[in-house]
Design a protein around this ligand. Sequence first.
Ligand SMILES: [Ca+2]
Ligand SMILES: [Ca+2]
Ligand SMILES: [Ca+2]
Ligand SMILES: [Ca+2]
Length: 282
Amino acid sequence: MYSRRSRPSREILLSLSANHLHDKDLFSKSDPYAVVYKEENGSAEEIGRTETMKDNLNPNWTRKIKISENLKMIKIAVFDQDSSSKKTSNDDYLGEVIIELQVLLSSSLLRETSHSLSKNKSTISKSKLQIFAYPCTPENPARYRFDFQGINLVNKDTFSKSDPFFEIRFSAPNSTTEITVYRSEVLDDNLSPNWAPFIIHKDQLCAGDDRKKVKIVVFDFDGPENFELIGEAEVQVNCLHDGLILPLLELKKLKKKTYRGSGLLKIKEATKLAVSQEENAH
Ligand SMILES: [Ca+2]
Ligand SMILES: [Ca+2]
Ligand SMILES: [Ca+2]
Ligand SMILES: [Ca+2]
């Protein structure tokens, strides 16, 4: 008799984005966030939620939700944040998807899948939720503290200066899908921005594998769904160190003889933090 070979269960990260969300704010656009629930016998228990994106009907959330691959059913619901409380009942409901996890994993482990966000089974909605699931190296409590600065960024505004922010992106294991894992604040009219330092978990940053390359992409913010590329730099996570300076390039301009780059990105600090006991909380 053979017994079924059991292997340790993996952890899975869910990367979520949505488009064509309903506008549920009177004087601005919806401020969407997504909540992932474990769905069991008709009751739903929250596992995690994304950050809120202000005035954006096509959000690409950066915070990844970690789940065990052993779950049977999950529900992902999207809300428009109207109150500061954590209670979803105070917010406008934008729709949900209920999926069997194995079905989701078989279709979305190597590519992004799109799901209709409906309010109930009979309605067809234009709103879509995109899900990309990818494995995470388990038991990885490490965190990093980063502090980034832009130097002499190109100006992308006509009547003022660029309003820069940056995103960190990485390509998921065995996939070319690029995932945004961090987005900085916007600093207005500033060509040498000193962004706020931040702490990020290794699993969120690179699915726990620091041999992965990350891309740091700097944009000029013109509006919540409207930004211009300033330039990008690529670097392996374990090569990030204090004082590292990376050229920011707009790749499609590289062929131009007159192109001199789009400025520099200085890594003022890249510290791997010591593992402590309170680390498990995200
Ligand atoms: Ca609202
Ligand atoms: Ca709003
Ligand atoms: Ca601009
Ligand atoms: Ca500006």
